[in-house]
Design a protein around this ligand. Sequence first.
Ligand code: ADP
Ligand code: ZN
Ligand code: ZN
Length: 736
Amino acid sequence: MFVFIQVALPVPLSRLFSYLPIAGEPLPQPGCRVLVPFGQKQQVGIVVNISDHSDVTADKLKPVIAQLDAQPLFSPLLWKLANTAARYYFAPLGMVLPQLLPVKLRKGDSAEPEPQTFWRLTEAGQQVDANDFKRAKQQARWLAQLKRTPLLADSDIAGLELPRTPIKALQQKGLIESLEQQPLLANDWPLDWHTDDDIPTLNKEQAIAVSAINHAEGFNCFLLDGVTGSGKTEVYLTVIDKVLRQGKSVLVLVPEIGLTPQTISRFQKRFPLPMVVLHSAVNDNQRLAAWQQARAGGAAVVLGTRSALFSEMPTLGMIIIDEEHDSSFKQQEGFRYHGRDLAVMRAQLHNIPIILGSATPSLETLANVQRGRYRHLQLSKRAGLGRPVKQLLQDIRTAHLDAGMSPAMIERLRHHLDAGNQVMLFLNRRGFAPALLCHECGHLHECQSCDAFYTVHQSANMVQCHHCGSMRGIPRQCPDCGSTQLFTRGVGTEQLEQALERLFPEYKAVRIDRDSTSRKGSLDAKLEQIRRGEVQILVGTQMLAKGHHFPDVTFVGLIDVDSALFSADFRAAERLAQLYIQVAGRAGRASKAGEVMLQTHQPEHPLLHQLMASGYPGFAEDALTERQQAQLPPYWQLAVLRAESNYPEQAKGFLVQAKGLLNGLKEQLQLQVQMIGPMPSPLERKSGRFRFQALLLAPSRPALQQLVEPWLEQLHTLETSKKCRWQLERDPQDLL
Ligand code: ADP
Ligand code: ZN
Ligand code: ZN
């Protein structure tokens, strides 16, 4: 009898691949990695099961090349999460499982911790008197540090800002020594630590929220709904404290932009316990070390962005998702999961509470509250001194605009600046101008390979396509008529910044967008300038809108809200409302009264009125009713089938056939599922490829699941499916 090893490989095919075992070696367990031959190459795969059956006869199969792990890399719960997620998102296990591992492990590195260099005091070093080192300050710092941290990892030295220069002298004096050893990962943390931090007394609403969460048993999902500054973080810290003192660990997920040094230090000060921080600047080696530490139970808190969701934590006791509505929780390539939704699944599997916090909850989450699945905890007041903000809706239909700003906006800016405050202007378009127009023939300069206009970047003297990234010098002449009269059209952040410098030369402006913060560390440097009050005018895209605390900002202006009101994307209004509330929350956080101004050509628009009159809750209620009537998410289940090809008829042809198959299945299974399309994607041509899509809407999850599983199998057998690139995405956030 033969034994077959079924392996998941990171390829977009929804099947496992069979291999033969290595003769004479013990069989690998499910969850272990193996190196296998695949086509002309070798691939790292993950063993899913061992079977006595294979579709292919043994003489056609190849043996595994090497077994990389003696023990499975996944706990049973995370293994289950991966399987549940693969099924929910219609994704092959081979695309899902590697996402749970650090990049180094996906590439085949060892999962075992490597020995590291540590420093400690020698016997002599322990006896010395610090007073003898008055003149050698740096040596004294080292000795003091090693008294506090008896075993100091060499890799921690930089973080502590300890200079390396005294090492040699201290070694020669026989006071310190180095040793190589396995890092101690599972360092149990004390359960009775003491915090120096001033802990505020909770207000009534905070206390109610804390008590509800503390009394929850098993899986419970809470929506902590409170405006910026209402004290959500304080609630998190209080409930985390209790969980940690029970010896359990906590996973905290924040949006990409929200993991600021202040947030990290707020956690570190409150919990002097081993903590793992995972953000985009953490390199692959550090990620592997963090994974090892968390997996060994050596992290009391894991604080990170989306992918930290998959940290293996043996004693996980609670999950927290801050700013749960934030779009950065959605992965937009490869395995396209939503971090918030998977976190809820994870909490369910672990049978623990999860808290979703937001000032502007997603409509998905609010619908779950409506259905009674999630519990709603509200913080309606700003903690501390914050005051409500004055709202101004500015009609700009006949106004003379200067770089997009109306005279009324400029007047308010001057007022707030002259009062010694900071102001913030928000525009969702980076660059100088979103188009270059020929004054004589009206030609607009378009990207050669996308259906999109070039954005002008004046300081770089380039035009760039924001869809494919291609760049070239700013053209001098119109390609159609040869005219040299080329004008920019529309306003981007770069132009807005220039105009502000011209209008207010006595104040300093800073711009925060993807272009101005692409260099490492430049975002932090700019934020620091703002906090120190060295700049008065803040200009930026939504990067500026998220999570930062600027207590001296008293005025916020939104230059253009109209584009969101007329977008083809049904989520655009929700995003505008969230953005508005978030930026309005930036004004007047401290003791100063704040103002926020929206400029629009649509002053009568019902959404804007609803938002201003009854805030986000009123808006959300209306928007939910609208979604229900239009049979859209969160009430209906949405998936999108996308196809792209160099030849439009191939992509479209595949979708037409897919629709035919779907209609057949729908009839056979008697399901009430709709397919809209195929139609060209809003951005029909990108990087030279033609893109089409079809929307799939189902009244319930089981209906969608029941239909799509057999349908996908049929799709893979279509000849046309091999001629184009295609993918099915569940719960898409963007329909571009
Ligand atoms: P959020 O996370 O909702 O933005 P925070 O928890 O950061 O709010 O609270 C905003 C500010 O108010 C912080 O400086 C915090 O220390 C303070 N704060 C929170 N709760 C209280 C309270 N009960 N009493 C006094 N200050 C508080
Ligand atoms: Zn022209
Ligand atoms: Zn392009």
